[in-house]
Design a protein around this ligand. Structure first.
Ligand SMILES: [Zn+2]
Length: 495
């Protein structure tokens, strides 16, 4: 038999402690952990092998029955018995398979019922009472936790079943939550015993949030032993039932960036919904996202772009940068060629929108989208009309104006969703091209965020100066195109 590293080197002492723990109802793994064994490999044994080890410790024949065989362990509530065996790991694998996630490694997180904390404390106090000499210098946090032992055993077993490695850090997480229905009830005594720890939380609704791992640990650390014994069974009672469990999987968000052009004058950037009713058939967001969602299969998604254009404004040139955040995607591995195929699919599905430079980016890179929004320049082409006829010479006056600062009061058309304010924006350059006596094209390069329509018609004097004052005749805007959003991100890809 392999040498164990226990809190006592005396065989007689070890036998007494082991027998005591078996009498209390502890499962073999809990016997070993309460006796101070904390080397992972000792726990990489089947429950039968661990039982043999404990039987030898007790120096009894094979007829020693562990209450764990029929009743759950009062310390781990069965987590280190029924839920630390191959049958359970197979159930985990089946569930993971069923959810259809794509992953190359995984991390496993375990949530154990909070009442295992007072239960463990009760076992420990019982041992200290019965074996004061042996346990006098042992601290409770020297005892390996249920979580650690479960992972030591389950980690390699599960990795073998799933065929991939168990990691400390991974984008894919398998979360196993053990639920014990009486957990809050069993912790309830702490509210009376240590009210100061829970004072702040007491006003919140009872139950769900009352007992946290940290607050229960604090209360147990502060409560003195005699007081604890008055409130809690030492050793802890055999539980009526074992835990239930839930297995959930989730994948970190994946981010996709690209640029879009919009050729329609009746398409909004995001779904246009008023009072629950659709105001437009589709949107840039929906046209782009449909094919992406179809492949990545996320549970949710968020679309964001570097600024927005009005429904009736086209977005031309190199397009507008955007990001799609895919929340909890099931499929995540795509080669650049496959992304190109998705891009082609989007572009085949509509003539209103075209996407380019579609790529997967990191979470850190997403901040680039908003950074470019304020400082970068944007270029527009506005088709304007004037009350008086204008010659190209009249229009040329605008070409000499550089870096014109505008004072823009929040436009009337957006007042319902933006606060009233005056903001300064700069028009860097203007160029014109006469179409006929009353119509001309105005090319502008401006600071991001300039209200172009208002600059042209003046918005009842709310934008100053405006085009009418510069040309000496009333002007209005017929059509507007965004020619470029000069953000050098995301990186351009070969087409
Ligand atoms: Zn146990």
């Amino acid at each position: 038999m392999e040498e164990l590293e226990l809190i006592t080197s005396s065989e007689d002492d070890a036998r007494s402690v082991a027998k005591c723990l078996v009498d209390v109802g502890c499962c073999p793994r809990c016997v070993l952990r309460f006796m101070g064994e904390k080397r992972p490999h000792i726990y990489k044994k089947t429950i039968e092998q661990a039982s043999d080890v404990v039987r030898q410790l007790c120096q009894t024949e094979n007829n020693t029955s562990f209450s764990g065989v029929s009743k759950p362990c009062p310390a781990c509530l069965g987590i280190l018995q029924d839920f630390s065996c191959k049958e359970f790991f197979i159930k985990i694998k089946e569930q993971v398979d069923e959810e259809g996630y794509q992953f190359t490694d995984y991390l496993c997180s375990l949530m154990v019922p909070i009442c295992t904390q007072p239960r463990q404390h009760a076992v420990f106090i019982h041992l200290k009472t019965e074996f004061s000499e042996i346990y006098k210098s042992v601290k409770e946090d020297n005892i390996s936790s249920i979580k650690d032992i479960w992972k030591w055993f389950a980690g390699p077993e599960l990795a073998l079943l799933l065929g991939i490695d168990f990691q400390q850090k991974s984008d894919f997480e398998i979360c196993i939550t053990f639920i014990y229905d009486n957990s809050d009830k069993e912790c309830g005594f702490l509210l009376n015993a240590q009210p100061e720890v829970f004072r702040k939380r007491k006003c919140k609704r009872y139950g769900f949030e009352t007992f946290t791992r940290a607050s229960v640990a604090k209360a147990l650390m502060e409560i003195d032993e005699d007081k604890f014994k008055r409130f809690f069974h030492c050793p802890p009672a055999i539980p009526d039932s074992i835990c239930r469990y839930e297995i959930t999987c989730c994948h970190e968000a994946v981010y996709i960036a690209g640029r879009y052009q919009k050729f329609s004058r009746i398409l909004s950037q995001t779904p246009w919904i008023v009072d629950g009713g659709r105001k437009s058939e589709s949107s840039v967001q929906e046209l782009i996202c449909e094919s992406i969602l179809d492949r990545f299969k996320p549970t949710d998604h968020k679309f964001s772009a570097s600024g927005r254009e009005d429904v009736d404004v086209r977005m031309l040139g190199t397009g507008r940068p955007f990001i799609v955040e895919l929340v909890n995607p099931h499929v995540v591995m795509f080669s650049p060629e496959e992304l190109k195929t998705i891009q082609e699919k989007i572009n085949m599905s509509t003539s209103d929108v075209a996407v380019q430079d579609l790529q997967i980016i990191s979470r850190e890179e997403t901040s680039n989208l908003k950074e470019g929004e304020i400082d970068k320049t944007k270029s527009y082409c506005a088709l304007c009309c004037s009350e008086k006829p204008l010659s190209q010479e009249d229009l040329n006056k605008l070409h000499d104006i550089k870096n014109l600062t505008l004072q823009q009061k929040t436009p009337i058309r957006v007042l319902h969703r933006r606060p009233l304010a005056v903001r300064e924006r700069v028009i860097h350059e203007m160029r014109t091209e006469k179409v006929d006596d009353h119509r001309f094209k105005l090319y502008l390069s401006t600071q991001a965020g300039t209200y172009i329509k208002e600059f042209v018609h003046g918005d009842f004097g709310r934008t100053n100066p405006h085009l009418s004052t510069l040309l000496g005749t009333d002007c209005d805007i017929v059509q507007l195109d965004v020619e470029s959003v000069n953000v050098e991100w995301p990186p351009r890809l070969a087409r």
